[in-house]
Design a protein around this ligand. Structure first.
Ligand code: 26Q
Length: 832
């Protein structure tokens, strides 16, 4: 560094040029910022809210990342390191600026530089749109994984889709959810770099043709296809202060010029333009369903588009470095499939290896099985993806051939092991035959992978005993668990600087890359002075959240109230309804008895419902209607508040999780695969009220039963109760529950929309309610009472809060990524 001349080097005979290194001090940053702002962007008026200030700052920072990014890419290029490709339809990155500043270690220098111009860095942050390219947990997990891999110097490339419209923006109108498109790219996304030179062609439709090649062998060709160009946009993923920068490569669909011409020559100009539109539609919008399958062919096109472009890209890179030899391919490459969404990678890799690279079936299958690994994220059988054979056959005829062949060979294996067991054959077939034939994507992923993992201990165990039992029986060693995590760089250091600083003052800053170091906090859990400081940081965060809530909803919150928070997608299994029933119960208690032994409480609920999920939307309306009655009743004014926080997303969570006292993790046992919000809250010193579900179980083990509010039926209880479940009897036998239902049914609390109310009441009173809300009411209310008592004793509560943060070490994605690497990936960290 320190030289001002460009340097040159060579790579595979190609001349490389590297711009001189850039300094990281405030003066250098200021000089570059000023040049970008005044020259490149041509602006003069400078104020914190100006979008151009944000752009000029990102360019300044991006330049510094690019130098490190190029170095990382070169280190990877020059040697045959084993690599991982993380294939995901979702990367919920949120904002990138704060993270980039922290990673480079230029946060303070930037703040100073901008201060000299009278610009406030924290205001500039607000100019950035969230990159909302995901629905929820699964997409955010992918983003946390990338952060940890870069920090651990693991060569992992994320492959995803550059949706023009990410997750919709949620507005609440008269209590109802309204969806609005989120054109996050409209003003440009300054972090990305277009790489036309790496564009790939992805084919659809067409037909198969048998040809005889030069050696007289018959080969199948896929012809008359509709081709679409996949253009990659690369986003840098910086590691924490390690000069290492990985890549997130997002594909965008463009019509090929050949495609246009074809139609144009046929003489139909408007047809040509329509076809171009069609092609570019593929990457237009993220599907906003977070569980149930949509079954739309555009979604399948998205999946194949991502998979085919990414596989071709990695194969092109391989042959560039190794020539057309694949004997070492499996040793050097691994594809991690984020759920079944990219599972079509299994037959597509087979197709590419056999049809386009000339490998024989057995060799191609050996490779495919060695390189693929599949992560499952759900236990809900209705959420398991299947695609109609008819749709696959017409959209991707050659891929469907591969699936048939994989299935035939697999079923031969099964038949050999269990001769005559026809029942088992149809159970395990990759093709579901009752009704319209459909491909079972999870089975396809399992058969094609060397590793299949769940995302929390309970989830992985239940998968092997339930949904995937037959497969675990044939291949027990392929099944494993990798408990989720979250990155502490975003979810503590960046979003909660106040608490982070206090923690560092006690135990040093090693926790930023070694979260287990937080355990040293536990020795200070009873220190009155430390407790006082802890409370004051929490209070400051609660004030900030209260300001945000008031600005968004006009509802004022007293920061001394117990902040009781449930934010996540709205889904019946997550039981936001149970939370509301408790709110009504508290309301009823305060009105009837004064409930003087309960602390003032603010119940905050936030989350999006899939636009087509009627019941989830009913729940939102119901929450808002209950809230408006309670919030306008002067009798409970300073005792109880209910807030529906609109447009919950990554950035909103960054304000919410530092301010929570209580984290609601109340899903029906056996339904939430893991949960990751639970971990963010814990890290920030919230105490959990939760069922024995997903990662809650591991959270409770880590923090100790005394520091966790457990309630509800277990998976086994639920199974047993199901056949004789009688919610009406449960309600009748419980006076408090009866009063709650009376408030709803007779006094019309929350019943502004009679249809919504009827649907809610029917769900609670339904003896076939899959989520068994009534079954857990009493135990939930009792646990909430214990929460209230504990909160009233400041020392007790603060101690629990500190112990939760102290025990959160295991829930870092740094740990998760080490486990993936030790058990599945086997990558060597890239030396510095
Ligand atoms: C399926 C078909 C068509 C369109 C969309 C989808 C779709 C999209 C997203 C299906 C599922 C998802 C997302 C699922 C998800 O977020 N699951 C969550 O994953 C987290 C990370 O492992 C877990 O912590 C949560 O428990 C799990 O619910």
């Amino acid at each position: 560094m320190g030289t001002s001349e460009p340097t040159e080097s060579r790579s595979g005979g190609i001349r490389l040029i590297e711009a001189p290194a850039l300094e990281l001090d405030a003066d250098a940053l200021l000089a570059d910022f000023t040049r970008y702002f005044g020259r490149t962007l041509g602006r003069q008026e400078i104020f914190s809210e100006s979008p151009y200030v944000y752009f000029a700052l990102v360019y300044t920072i991006r330049d510094r990342l690019i130098a490190r990014w190029n170095r990382t890419t070169r280190a990877l290029d020059s040697s045959n390191h084993r690599r991982v490709y993380y294939l995901s339809l979702e990367f919920l990155m949120g904002r990138l600026l704060t993270n980039a500043l922290l990673s480079l270690g230029v946060y303070e220098a930037c703040e100073q530089a901008l201060q000299r111009l009278g610009v406030s860095l924290s205001v500039v942050f607000e100019s950035e749109h969230d990159a909302g390219l995901g629905n929820g947990g699964l997409g955010r997990l992918a983003a946390c994984f990338l952060d940890s891999c870069a920090t651990l110097r693991l060569p992992v490339v994320g492959y995803g889709i550059r949706y023009q419209y990410g997750m919709f923006r949620q507005r609440i109108e008269h209590g109802y959810q309204m969806e609005e498109p989120e054109p996050w790219l409209r003003e440009g996304f300054p972090w990305e770099i277009e790489r036309l030179e790496h564009a790939q062609i992805v084919s659809f439709g067409g037909r198969k043709e048998i040809i005889v090649d030069a050696d007289g062998a018959e080969r199948v060709q896929w012809v008359d296809t509709h081709d679409i160009l996949a253009v990659p946009y690369d986003v840098p993923v910086p590691g924490y202060r390690n000069d290492f920068v990985n890549t997130l490569r997002l594909w965008s669909a463009k019509a090929t010029s050949a495609f246009d011409l074809e139609e144009f020559n046929a003489g139909d100009y408007t047809q040509a333009v329509a076809a171009k539109n069609d092609a570019e539609n593929i990457t237009m919008v993220l599907y906003p369903n977070d569980a149930s399958e949509s079954g739309k062919s555009l979604r399948l096109r998205q999946q194949y588009f991502l998979v085919s472009a990414s596989l071709k890209d990695t194969l092109a890179d391989w042959t560039r470095r190794n020539g057309p030899h694949f004997s070492k391919f499996a040793e050097q490459n691994c594809y991690q499939l984020n759920d079944t969404h990219p599972a079509i990678a299994v037959p597509e890799l087979m197709r590419l290896l056999v049809d386009e690279h000339g490998l024989d079936w057995d060799e191609a299958w050996r490779i495919t099985r060695e390189v693929m690994a599949y992560t499952n994220h759900t236990l809900l059988p209705e959420a398991l993806e299947t695609w109609p054979v008819a749709m696959l056959s017409s959209m991707l005829p050659r891929v469907m051939d591969m699936i048939y062949e994989i299935n035939a060979r697999f079923l031969d294996e099964v038949a050999e092991r269990w001769p005559g067991d026809v029942e088992r054959l149809s159970r395990m077939s990759l093709i579901e035959e009752d009704g319209e034939p459909r491909v079972r994507m999870a089975y396809l992923a399992i058969v094609g992978s060397r590793s299949i993992n769940g995302v929390a201990e309970l989830h992985s165990k239940l998968l092997q005993r339930g949904l995937f039992r037959d497969f675990a029986e044939i291949w027990p060693t392929r099944f494993n668990n990798k408990t989720n995590g979250v990155t502490q760089r975003r979810w503590l250091a960046a979003c909660n600087p106040g608490l982070a600083e206090l923690i560092t003052s006690k135990v040093g800053n090693s926790w930023i890359t070694d979260l287990d170091a937080l355990s040293a906090l536990s020795t200070h859990a009873d220190d009155p002075e430390f407790q006082l400081a802890w409370r004051s940081r929490k209070l400051a965060n609660k004030r900030r959240l209260a300001r945000y809530v008031e600005a968004e909803t006009n509802i004022a919150l007293d920061p001394d109230m117990l902040f009781d928070v449930q934010v996540k997608r709205i889904h019946e299994y997550k039981r936001q309804l149970l939370n509301v029933l408790h709110a009504i119960h508290l309301y009823d208690e305060i009105k009837r008895t004064g409930a003087s032994d309960c602390p003032p409480r603010a119940i905050l609920i936030g989350g999006k419902a899939a636009p087509g999920y009627v019941m989830a939307k009913n729940v939102i309306k119901f929450i808002n209607d209950v809230a408006s009655v309670i919030n306008s009743d002067p009798a409970v004014a300073d005792r109880l508040r209910i807030v529906f926080v609109p447009n919950y997303n990554v950035s909103v969570m960054e304000t919410i999780c530092p301010a929570a006292d209580l984290s609601e993790q109340i899903s029906t046992a056996g339904k939430e695969a893991s949960g990751t919000g639970n971990m963010k809250f814990m890290m920030n010193g919230a105490v959990t009220i939760g069922t024995l579900d997903g990662a809650n179980i591991e959270i409770r083990e880590a923090v100790g039963a005394d520091n966790f509010f457990l309630f509800g039926l277990t998976v086994e209880d639920i199974e047993q109760l199901r056949s004789c479940y009688d919610p009406n009897a449960i309600i009748a036998a419980d006076a408090a529950f009866t009063r709650v239902m009376h408030r709803i049914e007779v006094e019309h609390l929350g019943g502004e929309d009679a249809n919504v109310k009827a649907a809610i009441v029917a769900a609670i009173r339904n003896s076939h309610d899959p989520w068994m809300i009534a079954a857990d009411f009493r135990s939930f209310v009792d646990a909430q009472h214990r929460v209230g008592q504990a909160f009233l004793d400041l020392d007790t509560w603060t101690r629990m809060s500190i112990l939760n943060t102290a025990a959160s070490g295991r829930f870092s994605t740094d740990r998760t990524m080490r486990e993936y690497n030790d058990d599945i990936w086997h990558l060597t960290p890239i030396a510095s």
